[in-house]
Design a protein around this ligand. Structure first.
Ligand code: THU
Length: 160
């Protein structure tokens, strides 16, 4: 038997350690929570994507009474970015979330389905996506989906 160890790397930063570009993107993600449609969970999530051409797009979670029909902020934003600018790689995705008490202190991390879409988006453009997860206490910086979704299933298995 052989044990396989997989190492992932996540950096925890404070807001004042971020550069101006990352701060701006986080502010856009926070602002996007205001346009969330979350009457069922009352949990508002916003995301903002910085694209290779310098444009930014943002999105939020959109819920539905038939709950599986809604969509997380991350996928809303990535799909919008890919629809609006299909030839532009996504460089960085910032994510922020708040509940009735305000922005959460410990960052939330994208759900499994969103991680899979992040992987596909990276593979589509051939470049890693930096992921900034905002919390009031700390911010996590992840340098690509490999650190969020190890042992992933991607297009390489379909083109053997
Ligand atoms: N949600 C997101 O938008 N992103 C995440 O990373 C986790 C959860 C949304 C889905 C649903 O509208 C609400 O938050 C509660 O799960």
């Amino acid at each position: 038997m052989e044990e396989i160890k997989i190492e992932i790397r996540i950096r925890s930063l404070h807001y004042d350690e971020l550069n101006e570009e990352d701060r701006r993107l986080i502010e856009q993600a926070k602002e996007a929570t205001q346009r969330s449609y979350a009457p069922y969970s009352r949990f508002s999530v916003g995301a903002a994507a910085l694209l290779a051409n310098g444009e930014t797009v943002s999105g939020s979670n959109q819920e539905n009474a038939a709950s599986p029909s809604g969509l997380c902020a991350e996928r809303t934003t990535l799909f919008y970015a890919n629809s609006r600018y299909p030839d532009q790689a996504v460089k960085t995705l910032a994510i922020a979330a708040r509940n009735a008490s305000g922005f959460i202190s410990t960052p939330i991390s994208p759900c499994g389905a969103c991680r899979q879409v992040l992987l596909e988006t990276e593979q589509r453009y051939g470049s890693p996506i930096r992921i900034l997860l905002y919390g009031t206490k700390e911010i996590y910086l992840i340098n690509g989906i490999k650190d969020l979704l190890p042992l992933s299933f991607g297009e390489e298995f379909l083109s053997l």
